[in-house]
Write a protein that binds this ligand. Structure first.
Ligand SMILES: *Cc1c(COP(=O)(O)O)cnc(C)c1O
Length: 356
């Protein structure tokens, strides 16, 4: 080992979180969402820990092919569908379920030469206004898909913009009901927040992502603290330097923190080039030698400075947790004005990963 930083991926936490998601939606089948390289955890590393799932949902063909070639032969869903018609032979070859959100995709399906029909997720726009057919267009799209020999089972799919708020479900659900009237097809609507907090959205397939990795869909750990979720990723490093400073001394770039009395500052081997958020301000929690303390001063590329006042026993080589078991990734994200999703996805390739 050279530089003392490592991300640990806890496969038992992944297995456990999948079970928590299943308990929350016991009558539904479950897509484990593993887009963005399993939210930064490494798809190749973690998919087997989630293999009790009913299917994997992701975006990239490369990731889908990786799963097939690693031996996964149950469903795979392309959440954004195919991007160009010439991908359809690959979907055919690897038997991928695809979302369909635009008329051009229906036309491409009509023209393609496939060995067998593909299952389709007909994506409707329930108010997020990103991808999908407007409610009034869903019937026509469904009817058209029904006539195509290349189309197998059709599932109605929607995605919530505000499922973490209690009021965020009613309007989209009304649009979904309007679109689904008279259609007899399975439905898949629920992300993590809806899986945990809105059982009326569960239907046939739920699609949790963030909760599998043990973070909160609302960005606030308190909201999931009682759910039993366990953080799957822990980012550890060590103290590599100590400065004993006196009142008025500045710390780090721009002297963004100034010491007000005698203070011991620890220099920690983790920076924004490792994926730690550069916007994390003084006060962001960090765990040193088993004690909660705080980041002080600017986050630099390869180092962070921390207050060692609460940890007088600490010194060079003391262990530091940036996020994980003790400091929830949601706490760090919140302090930095972002969400746990972004931090886990942004874990830098240079950080060595240990799988336990
Ligand atoms: C990312 C994504 C999900 C999972 O969202 P989480 O908030 O991580 O649970 C579900 N459905 C779609 C369409 C997505 O893009």
């Amino acid at each position: 080992m050279s530089r003392p930083i490592v991300a640990t991926i806890d496969t038992s936490a992944l297995r456990h979180n999948l079970a928590v998601a299943r308990q929350a939606a016991p009558r539904s089948r479950l897509w484990s969402v593993v887009k963005a390289n399993a939210y930064g955890h490494g798809l190749a590393r973690v998919w087997q820990s989630l293999s009790a799932t009913d299917g994997f949902a992701l975006l990239g063909l490369e990731e889908a092919i990786l799963l097939r070639e690693s031996g996964w032969n149950k469903p795979i869903l392309l959440l954004e569908g195919f991007f160009h018609a010439d991908e359809l032979p690959i979907l055919d070859r690897y038997r991928l379920t695809t979302s369909v959100h635009s008329n051009w995709q229906i036309q491409a399906l009509a023209k393609a030469k496939l060995s067998a029909p593909l299952d389709i997720y007909l994506k409707m726009n329930s108010g997020m206004n990103r991808l999908g057919f407007q409610p009034a267009q869903v019937h026509q799209a469904w009817q058209k898909l029904k006539t195509l020999a290349n189309v197998g089972e059709i599932t109605l799919m929607a995605h919530f913009a505000e499922a973490e708020s209690s009021a965020g479900i009613a309007e989209p659900m009304a649009r979904i009901e309007q679109a689904a009237e008279g259609l007899s097809c399975p439905r898949s609507l629920a992300n993590s927040a809806a899986t945990l907090w809105h059982s009326e959205t569960h239907f046939d397939w739920v699609r949790p992502g963030i909760i599998l990795y043990g973070a909160s869909p609302s960005g606030d750990w308190q909201d999931v603290a009682s759910s039993g979720l366990r953080p799957a990723m822990t980012l550890n490093c060590e103290v590599i330097g100590i400065q004993s400073l006196k009142a008025g001394d500045g710390v780090g770039y721009g002297a963004r923190y100034r010491v007000t009395g005698e203070q011991r500052i620890g220099v920690v081997a983790c920076g924004y080039a490792d994926g730690y958020p550069r916007h994390a301000p003084t006060g962001t929690p960090v765990w040193v030698d088993g004690i909660r303390t705080q980041v002080v001063g600017a986050v630099s590329m390869d180092m962070i400075t921390v207050d060692l006042t609460p940890c007088p026993q600490s010194g060079i080589g003391s262990s530091v947790e940036m996020w994980g078991q003790n400091i929830k990734i949601d706490e760090v994200a919140k302090a930095a004005g972002t969400v746990g999703y972004e931090l886990m996805c942004a874990l830098a390739p240079r950080v060595p990963v240990k799988v336990i």
